[in-house]
Ligand binder design. Structure first.
Ligand code: AMP
Ligand code: MG
Length: 411
């Protein structure tokens, strides 16, 4: 007897449901600013200082007071009254003198512009003639033009990347409070799976395939800041699956599996999760992707991805990624889409919302990978983005379509 098929649900509905269950994890860690790339900030960071701290020169040249130059006429050569390298303190500027100044050095009180050295001439007696009068304010970087004291420069829930690391350092932060890493147990199901390196290609038995999902899922989780326990391949047996889940539920926030979530008799995930906790099988109206499972085993979340590599990859990007980011309290969960012209035809759309593997071309349009089958991982490796195509929507060359960049989606 066949089990009744679960109803199809929309991606938006499934994502909202999933995120409602992703209560952010409690832990906060203080981590060196050097090591926070990709982590999620746990508390707002307010600047205790101005950046830059003082008005400073953006050129190597001379600081002067514009009014001293007078109107129009080429000024006489002036003495150089002080020398201000970066990192030193400046004295107030004496009238009708120049202060030698270097990039990043503080502008002396009384000076209101910098003339760059290329616009000056040094005479034999050491005095300097200004050949081109600067405008007031020229080549001066103002105190606080980057950061004002009291600004919340970084916000809780923000994902940190190299630019934010530099910005945090610029306001003096050597450590940052970030959300604890989600602890994720990962395993693949499937008796056909063989680990690369254990059997050479020419010795593979009929029906055997190499495990590819394990490689990209582990890397994708690591990019999202997860601490991954890789439990390898679990055979298609009820007891082995129960055993793996029991082991995985201890000390992990999430158990992620691939394969075995359809409703065939070789799909053991459903009864195994149900034996230990609870599970909902979802049929999500997307292509690739459809079967998807969410449940709980003990205190751990459980997510079962489909086995087909492209389906696994795409459902990870669309559903698991936002889930794992939300566990860390992240606020931006889904990347923005842009409208770009299709440079292809897609005359026979699916009834489900499709995520087509495409690549931007030099003409600013999108090319389609010819084989969109959910088993063809080459399509993902070739592409640099997905077209999010509404259900039943045919595409003609030149139509504007919704494009999501893979680098955003996998960051
Ligand atoms: P399943 O979801 O278990 O029914 O698997 C669907 C398809 O994906 C089958 O053709 C499997 O052989 C394939 N598959 C499942 N797991 C993996 C994996 N880890 N790596 C590569 N292909 C897989
Ligand atoms: Mg299977």
């Amino acid at each position: 007897m066949n089990a009744p098929r679960p109803p199809l649900r929309s991606l938006d509905d499934a994502l909202a449901d999933l995120l409602a269950r992703a209560t952010p994890l409690a832990g906060v860690e203080s981590v060196s600013t050097f090591d926070v790339d990709g982590r999620v900030l746990a508390q707002d960071q307010v600047s205790a200082l101005q950046v830059p701290p003082q008005d400073n020169s953006s050129m190597d040249g001379y600081a002067l007071r514009c009014a001293d130059l007078g109107e129009g006429a080429t000024p006489a050569a002036w003495p150089v009254s002080q020398r201000i390298p970066a990192g030193s303190a400046a004295q107030p500027l004496q009238a009708r003198t120049l202060a030698r100044i270097f990039t990043g050095a503080p502008v002396p009180e009384g000076a209101d512009a910098i003339v760059m050295q290329e616009d000056t001439e040094t005479l034999a007696d050491g005095t300097v003639r200004v050949l081109r009068a600067p405008q007031p304010g020229q080549w001066i970087r103002r105190s606080g033009e980057d950061v004002t004291r009291g600004d919340a420069v970084l916000r809780a829930g923000q994902r940190l990347s190299p630019a934010e690391m530099g910005l945090a350092a610029s306001i003096g932060l050597a450590q940052l409070p970030v959300a604890a890493r989600p602890r994720v147990a990962l395993f693949s199901t499937g008796d056909e799976l063989v680990m690369p390196g254990t059997v050479p290609p020419q010795a593979m038995k009929p029906g055997a395939i190499y495990n590819s999902n394990r490689f990209f899922l582990r890397a994708l989780l690591a990019r999202l800041g997860c601490e991954v326990t890789d439990l390898g391949i679990v055979p298609d047996q009820r007891e082995a699956t129960v055993q793996a889940l029991r082991e995985a539920s201890a000390g992990h926030d999430l158990i992620l599996t691939s394969g075995g979530v359809s409703v065939g008799e070789e799909d053991h995930i459903k009864p195994a999760v149900q034996a230990l906790g609870k599970l909902d099988l979802w049929q999500i109206a997307i292509k690739p992707g459809k079967p998807f499972a969410y449940g709980r085993v003990g205190d751990a979340h459980f997510i079962g991805l489909p086995g087909n590599p492209v389906s696994s990859f795409v459902t990870f990007a669309l559903l698991v990624r936002p889930f794992v980011l939300r566990l860390q309290g992240a606020t931006a969960l889904t990347p923005p889409a842009t409208r770009l012209p299709a440079h292809f035809d897609w005359p026979r759309p699916d009834k489900r919302r499709e995520f087509l593997r495409v690549r931007r071309n030099a003409q600013g349009g999108l090319d389609l990978f010819a084989n969109q089958s959910s088993g063809v991982l080459t399509s993902v490796a070739w592409s640099d983005g997905l077209v999010d195509n509404p259900p039943g929507c045919a595409i003609a060359r030149g139509d504007a379509v919704s494009f999501i960049s893979l680098s955003d989606l996998l960051a």
